[in-house]
Design a protein around this ligand. Sequence first.
Ligand code: ZN
Length: 674
Amino acid sequence: MSYMMIACSAERTASPNIKDFKYTVDRFADIEILRYRVPDFEKLSLKQKELIYYLSEAALEGHDIFYDQNNKYNLCIRRTFETIYINYKGDRKSTDFVHLTTYLKRVWLGTGIHHHYSEDKFIPEFSEKFFEEAIKSIDKKQFTAILKSGQSLDDLITELKPVIFNPAVYPKRTNQAADVDLIQTSANNYYGDGVTQAEAEVFYGKMKNPNDSTPVSYGLNSKLIKENGVLMEKTYKVDGLYSQAIVKIVGWLEKAATVAENDKQKEVINSLIEFYKTGSLKTYDEYSIKWVKDVVSLVDFVNGFTESYGDPLGMKASWESLVNFKNVEATKRTEIISANAQWFEDHSPIDPKFRKEKVKGVSAKVITVAILAGDCYPATPIGINLPNSNWIRHEYGSKSVTIENITEAYDQASLGNGFAEEFMWSDVERKRAKDFASLTNNLHTDLHECLGHGSGKLLPGVDPDALKAYGSTIEEARADLFGLYYMGDPKTVELGLLPDKEVYKAEYYGYILNGLMTQLTRIQPGKNIEEAHMRNRQLIASWVYEKGKNANVIEIKKREGETFVLINDFKKLRILFGQLLAEIQHIKSTGDFAGGKKLVETYGVQVDQKLHVEVLDRFKKLNLAPYRGFVNPVYSLLKDESGNITDVKVSYDENYIDQHLRYAKDYSNLPTFP
Ligand code: ZN
């Protein structure tokens, strides 16, 4: 599972600037494109660099796969617009052409014609007439690779127009709305034409054996199609669907195996190759187990059909790849936390009968990502927890990673964007945020993930699902409060997790400001809060505000008609966090549905409409992009005269358009309609 952060500038504030690195690359529609650094790549051994190079190539060879998975017209549309962009000889400064360029940039960002986050189809701002004229102004030969046999350019235009321009055609990538056929109403391509949800459910229902304690992930790596009325799977594998790309991926994986860091890692790579060749889901599980057990290698990777969010039935997986190496210095932080897990549990401010006698800290590492591809690119998660198979997680555990060079890019790009100037009370808060918010954000996330979710226990006989729809908000609040409470504990300084006893204030201020005010920038006017993490943040912030009102712990102040948040007493605030943690743990441990419902509904859901309008107005003035995506660095092999590899160079000078045009040229492995 990947935990996606919406790159909202309200979320993170930044640490000191890394000189001369330009993080922001491009800006269009509701998107800002950033680049990320790969710190310490130079310090890797030549063999490790070579390994990363081969794995990166294996990642990029899958470039086309996710486009086709998202919608069957995506490759055709992407290639048509890339061809227009490259060859158009008309006025490239005209409004129409600028709009066309924006549309192409959005197609790259969404890996198709739907918004990567809302999953709604976006509609171009140029006309159908301009689309037609632009295509016809270009030599027909340029479109040869796109046209189906016997298809004319006019046929192509007629076929694509409704897919691009008609809002009613393929409106939603993955439909989750109840009471309709989820497969027929989803625009993506995991199921062939005419396959209904009921048919797919029966098809896979027959495969599943409820007594199998180690089931494979049925349907994970195939498209379910109907041929002559008969349902069958077309498996993604060598000589199967997407073979042209998978063969190339396997070729690079074979090279990677020759420079693996150790025999275990070599076995991991070889089992993945075996999986790609056979498509066998048993082999996939063997690979996943080997992968999760390899905790010694410095270099690591994900490459395959991994996340199933895109399938409304939650079985079929999107293709993705991510190559990384361990950030040894930052991982010490998560290791310290895990090693002291019992101390934190024993001192937790909850009723002792809800504490765990024996806790196991989750083993988590901090990584530096070297390349992103497929479902991780251009929009990317900031953390990943894999594998997804439940029984493998239960028996062999999982790897939880935080991608710190991505969060660094988010933080750095937010520096000086005007957010702190607009919403923070004074220079004291701004300076604290600038100097320490990156550090405290990361520590809070670590405490939340490594300890918070794993702490506490249910009383015997309590149903883990007793809190029903309020369960995830309560659970997220529990993990957040655990982190908040301990950030202000002298123990974090003693363990070397924070440099001094004042630094935690950056997190407290940022958290309260976000929970009381600035997260409202993500809510549409007039709406209430629905998403669990957002409910949890408002719940915590409003609860401590109200309970601390008499002692003036948190103050809401007006200045020139604008609203600000001030924290007057950090010590008392920490005590309030502890009290709320105790209350929430009680609700969780006893399965108190009514208590959970009351807390969430009272503090976490309703939006102060007047404040909301004000926050939206102030945010709008800043003109910040609500979403962010990335470009990858470029790796090249350096060789001596005899052709031996002497080094791998990483460079950061490629822009968004050039990168996508290069990928389209070098890694276009699939036919337009695979
Ligand atoms: Zn969580």
